[in-house]
Write a protein that binds this ligand. Structure first.
Ligand code: LLP
Length: 431
């Protein structure tokens, strides 16, 4: 059990969370290595070891630090980065370059230069002019790089509009109009600077139904067929993205096999029917690896009881360490970690300390009577919490601790006051 209660206290991967809060201070991001490992194990069993020529590229955008990149590398996985910063972090962590793939809808010239210099495994081409940029960089450096094309499958998926990416009206991917995509594919096939491997799509995030994946798959497979018929070219790689949903409150997470088995069956059948070799199949899960593996610990401060209306329980973090409730109306569950077994007799609202009314972390949660000094733990904050953290109100970004079977290790130091002004200068003209 990753989460358990001992002596009225919440334990996480064998660690007393109240003691962690004392030792490292709050707010504190805590990640369970055991929980992350379990997800990678599940993926090995139901995907990479079950189907040959398959790979998992962890989507670093969900949570990217040196320690996380090292963890992913040690698990033998690939990694998907979306910026020069994530790429740099992975490389600094010693991530093997050939296992890195680079996504993003507006890769900068310097970022492409970095990728080519490092010799990363793949660039996922996302826009019409990107191929030109890549060719230019490769020509200059006398190098060749593997590319896939991210297409916009034009399917809708059932998630928050901000995190739906596969629909036609999207900034991501290359539109599927024949006169747009076919000449671009031809150009990539003929280019001396790139190896054109195949296609990529990503339909959205926090998904619980496999239907949009299967719809997108049919669309991409039709394109694969057209490319074979038109140019006699067979793709060698297909990347079906990430997006597998997790449990925040009441949802039930679906096992990876629920998504992957029907996709692999359809892919296998298609290539068999067409008399082509099945390409490598790659997935890019982010949230489902780290989401439930992370919790955030806070210390309760001010409590405001507006009788008959609402009781606000303020904690020492908020939208700066978890923007998701304010941005996506995301809902979370949590517990007073030092009163984990006590009767939940009050319904309160957990709010942050930022000067913003929308800085609410959990609206209406039942808890035992809260007091200043309590440790409040919010669950399932591992994905897109730290990675979307900000310094709003000049709050420092919290520390990140990894825990495993009762042991803890600091992986990101808490930002200090000096960190907050490190890059700031008062120009001489103002002296
Ligand atoms: N691959 C691509 C190309 C993506 O765009 C994404 C997510 C992923 C993989 C990973 O998806 P995941 O398995 O994590 O669902 N900040 C938002 C989520 C944005 C996701 C963007 N793309 C949130 O906090 O919900």
């Amino acid at each position: 059990m990753i989460k358990e209660i001992r002596n009225n206290t919440l334990y996480f991967d064998g660690c007393d969370t109240v003691a962690l809060a004392k030792q490292y201070g709050t707010p504190l991001y805590v990640f369970s290595e055991t929980a992350m490992h379990e997800r990678f194990q599940e993926l090995k069993l139901c995907f990479t070891e079950k189907y040959e020529n398959t790979r998992v590229a962890y989507a670093a955008k969900a949570f990217c630090t040196l320690a996380m990149c090292r963890f992913v590398a040690d698990e033998g996985m690939c990694i998907d980065v979306v910026s020069g910063g994530e790429l740099y972090t992975a490389m600094k962590a010693g991530f093997p370059a050939e296992r890195i793939e680079f996504n993003g809808n507006n890769k900068l010239y310097e970022e492409i230069e970095m990728a080519v210099e490092y010799g990363i495994g793949r660039i996922i081409v996302d826009g019409l002019c990107e191929l030109d940029l890549i060719e230019k960089v490769c020509a200059q450096k006398n190098k060749k790089i593997n590319v896939l094309f991210r297409i916009t499958p034009g399917v809708k998926s059932d998630s928050h509009d901000y995190i739906v990416t596969g629909k036609k009206d999207s900034k991501f991917g290359i539109p599927l109009d024949d006169d747009v995509i076919m000449p671009l594919i031809k150009k990539a096939i003929d280019s001396p600077y790139v190896n054109f491997l195949g296609f990529h799509f990503h339909v959205g995030s926090q998904l619980f139904s496999n239907s949009s994946y299967l719809q997108a798959l049919d669309i991409v497979l039709a394109l694969v067929k057209k490319v074979k018929e038109t140019y006699g070219y067979e793709i060698s790689e297909l990347n079906v993205g990430g997006g597998f949903g997790i449990k925040y409150t009441t949802e039930e997470r679906k096992p990876y096999s629920y998504f992957l088995d029907p996709m692999m069956e359809r892919i296998g059948q298609f290539f068999k029917d067409e008399g082509m070799t099945r390409p490598a199949v790659v997935i890019e899960p982010g949230r489902s690896i780290v989401g439930e593996a992370g919790i955030t610990l806070y210390t309760v401060g001010s409590i405001k009881d507006i009788r008959g209306v609402r009781k606000y329980v303020s904690v020492d973090g908020g939208m700066t360490d978890n923007i998701r409730p304010a941005l996506y109306q995301a809902v979370y569950d949590g517990v007073i970690a030092n009163k984990a077994e006590e009767a939940k007799e009050e319904v309160v609202t957990i709010c942050g300390k930022c000067c913003e009314s929308g800085d609410i972390l959990i609206r209406d949660i039942a808890v035992p009577s809260p007091e200043a000094g309590d440790t409040f733990a919010i669950f399932s904050t591992g994905a897109y919490g730290y990675s979307m953290a900000s310094n709003y109100n000049k709050n420092g970004i919290p520390a990140v601790v990894f825990v495993k079977e009762g042991k803890s290790a600091l992986t990101v130091k808490r930002q200090t006051m000096d960190d907050l002004i490190r890059n700031e200068v008062i120009p001489d003209s103002m002296a």
